[in-house]
Design a protein around this ligand. Structure first.
Ligand code: GLN
Length: 211
């Protein structure tokens, strides 16, 4: 059975995530309302503008349902703004006045960490979790992970040691955008996590009729 993956489709580059999933043969579902989360095995929070995405999550009543989704052990992956929204805290110097966070990922992120003069760049990253070949990473007004809680594992670093991808159990955050490169290994890896979460799901999920 394929994992059923949703992409939060309130703002940002959700279409690019859906395109990446489609290349993997997965029909991702746009998530705009709480009911759209029903029966999903994994959720992607796209890049975009974290203040807007956070506000819309709040307005569309998605906050509690997403927290519940995470509590049920289902994987959630935030890319760039999505990682900010997942975070416990934003460094006060870069935090917007109204910045709704889900507070799931035990990290402090710094927004727009590469400064206005070099807002975008691309580089190759070693990410052993997704494969032995380096991954091309696109950073667009990207955040970095400034502090990691004890349960958070760094998945990728820049050459200076800055953490730009993390995992905390079923939660993944990347400061960059795998959906923009045409290299779908990160999405494939996330789908495998989502599939694995079906196998070790809570009892009520295990009782779902097989498809
Ligand atoms: N700078 C944006 C923010 O803080 C994130 C940019 C992105 O998602 N590419 O929300």
């Amino acid at each position: 059975m394929e994992a059923r993956i949703g992409v939060l489709a309130l703002q940002g580059d959700f279409q690019e995530h859906l395109a990446s999933l489609a290349r993997l043969g997965i029909a991702g579902r746009e998530v705009k309302l709480p009911d759209d989360l029903v029966d999903l095995d994994g959720l992607i929070l796209p890049g975009g503008e974290s203040t807007t995405i956070g506000r819309l999550i709040h307005r569309f009543g998605l906050r509690e349902p997403i927290l519940e989704f995470a509590r049920a052990g289902r994987p959630i992956w935030g890319t760039c703004a999505g990682m900010i929204v997942l975070a416990r805290e934003v460094d006060p110097e870069t935090r917007a006045r109204t910045q709704h966070l889900l507070g799931l990922l035990d990290v402090v992120v710094r927004r727009n960490a590469f400064g206005p003069q070099i807002e975008s760049f691309e580089t190759e990253l070693e990410i052993p979790a997704v494969g032995s070949e380096p991954v091309r990473a696109v950073f667009i007004r990207a955040p970095v992970v400034a502090e990691l809680g004890p349960a958070v594992e760094p998945l990728a670093r820049l050459p200076d040691g800055t953490v730009v991808a993390v995992r905390q159990d079923n939660l993944i955050g990347t400061a960059f955008h795998p959906e923009l490169t045409g290299d779908d290994r990160f999405h494939a890896w996330f789908c495998r996590l989502a599939r694995a979460s079906i196998a070790c799901a809570l009892p009520e999920r295990a009782r779902r009729p097989a498809q």
